[in-house]
Design a protein around this ligand. Structure first.
Ligand code: DP6
Length: 331
C-alpha cells in the first residue's frame, strides 16, 4: 500500500529559536506562523524491508540526497516509531519504508523546504499508523523539523512548547483557519553569497547568546499579542509584534558564539524601504526574516499591488508569492 501526502512551508510571525532538548526538538518557547499555500512538497511512502529515501527536483529529475539529509530522514523514522510506541499506535507501522520526496520548492528563493518535507512525511506515516489526532501528526512532524509541526495545520498555527522531556511534550495547534484572514506573503530573496549555518546547528547555539534568556521571558506576552492580533485581524498590532520578535531573534543569533549573521545589507535596505513605503502610502505590510537574508513581506490584499510593484523592481533578487494554505494532507 502506498500513501501520498503533500504539504507546504510556513512563515513564522513569532519565531522558534532554541530547544530545551535538541534530539527530540522540544522547543524552548512557543512560536506562531502562517501556513503557505505553495510551494508544495509531495511525499509517497511505501512499506519496505528497511528505510530508504529518494529526492526529486522541482523539474522531476532525481536529486541524490546528501548523507546528512539521508541520516536525518532515517533518524526521523526511528523517532516516529518511538513516539508511536509511546502512545500505543506502533502496531500497524512498518519495519521499514521507502520514501519519495518530490519538492516543488524552487532553489534560490530562500524558502527552506524542511517544514514542508517533514509535515508531508508525518502525514504519510500517520496514514500507516491508522487514526491519529492532528496533534499527534504535529508531533510526528516536529520530530523531523520543529517548524514542520506548524505546517500540519492550515491558516494560522502555534507551536506549544509545553514542559518536560516527554517525546510528545511540544506540539502544534490551529489558531485560525485559512479563510479567517486573506494575508499574502511576497518573498524577496537577495542572491545568497555564502552557505549559512542551518537551523538545526543554529538552535543549539541559542543558549550561548547573552540575550537568549531575556528573549524567552518576552515570548509569552508576544505570543498572546500575536494571537490576539490574528483573531481580531488587527494588522498594525500584528506588524509591531512580528517585527519586534523577528529583530529580537536576529539579535540573539548575531550575539551567539559563534555569531550567526543571517541578514545581508540587501535585507536591511529592503526593510528600510518597506518602512518608508508603508508610512508614505499607509500600507498594511510587515517584514519578517527566517535564518537567511530573504525578506517575507506579509500584507493585506489592499497592499498587494504596491508590494508587488516594489518586489518586482528589485534587481538580482528572486521573487515568490504565496497565500494562506490549508496545511498538510493525504493526497
Ligand atoms: C528561523 O524548524 O528549520 O525559521 O528543527 O532544525 O528543522 P529544525 O529547525 P527549523 O527552525 C526554524 C527557525 C526559523 C524560525 C521559525 O520558523 O519559527
Amino acid at each position: 500500500m502506498s500513501i501520498r501526502a503533500a504539504s507546504a512551508p510556513n512563515i513564522a510571525l513569532i519565531k522558534y529559536w532554541g530547544n530545551r532538548n535538541e534530539e527530540l526538538r522540544l522547543s524552548a518557547a512557543d512560536s506562531l506562523s502562517m501556513t503557505l499555500d505553495q510551494p508544495t512538497v509531495e511525499v509517497i511512502a511505501d512499506h519496505a524491508e528497511t528505510f530508504a529515501a529518494r529526492g526529486f527536483e522541482p523539474g522531476g529529475a532525481e536529486r541524490k540526497l546528501a548523507e546528512k539529509e539521508a541520516d536525518r530522514l532515517r533518524k526521523h523514522f526511528l523517532l516516529v516509531k518511538r513516539y508511536l510506541d509511546a502512545i500505543g499506535a506502533a502496531e500497524a507501522f512498518p519495519a521499514g519504508v521507502s520514501l519519495e520526496i518530490r519538492s516543488k520548492v524552487p532553489r534560490g528563493v530562500g524558502l527552506a523546504s524542511s517544514a514542508a518535507v517533514f509535515s508531508a512525511i508525518a502525514e504519510a506515516y500517520a496514514g500507516f499508523a491508522g487514526e491519529l489526532s492532528r496533534r499527534d501528526v504535529s508531533v510526528l512532524a516536529r520530530l523531523g523539523s520543529g517548524s514542520a509541526s506548524r505546517s500540519v495545520f492550515g491558516g494560522f498555527s502555534a507551536m506549544i512548547a509545553g514542559e518536560g522531556d516527554a517525546i510528545g511534550a511540544s506540539y502544534a495547534e490551529q489558531i485560525a483557519p485559512p479563510a479567517h484572514w486573506n494575508l499574502r506573503d511576497v518573498v524577496i530573496a537577495p542572491s545568497a553569497t555564502e552557505k549559512a549555518t542551518g537551523s538545526t546547528e543554529g538552535h543549539a547555539l541559542a543558549r550561548t547568546s547573552p540575550l537568549f534568556e531575556k528573549r524567552l521571558r518576552g515570548i509569552p506576552s508576544r505570543q498572546r499579542d500575536c494571537i490576539d492580533a490574528i483573531l481580531k485581524k488587527d494588522f498594525e498590532k500584528l506588524q509591531k509584534v512580528a517585527e519586534e520578535d523577528c529583530l529580537d531573534m536576529h539579535a540573539v543569533m548575531a550575539s551567539s558564539a559563534p555569531p550567526l549573521c543571517y541578514l545581508s545589507e540587501e535585507t536591511h535596505r529592503i526593510i528600510r524601504e518597506i518602512e518608508e513605503l508603508r508610512t508614505r502610502e499607509r500600507l498594511p505590510v510587515l517584514y519578517t526574516m527566517d535564518a537567511g537574508p530573504t525578506v517575507h513581506l506579509i500584507c493585506e490584499e489592499r497592499a498587494l499591488p504596491a508590494v508587488r510593484v516594489y518586489a518586482r523592481a528589485q534587481k538580482n533578487c528572486a521573487i515568490f508569492e504565496a497565500g494562506v494554505g490549508s496545511g498538510s494532507r493525504r493526497a
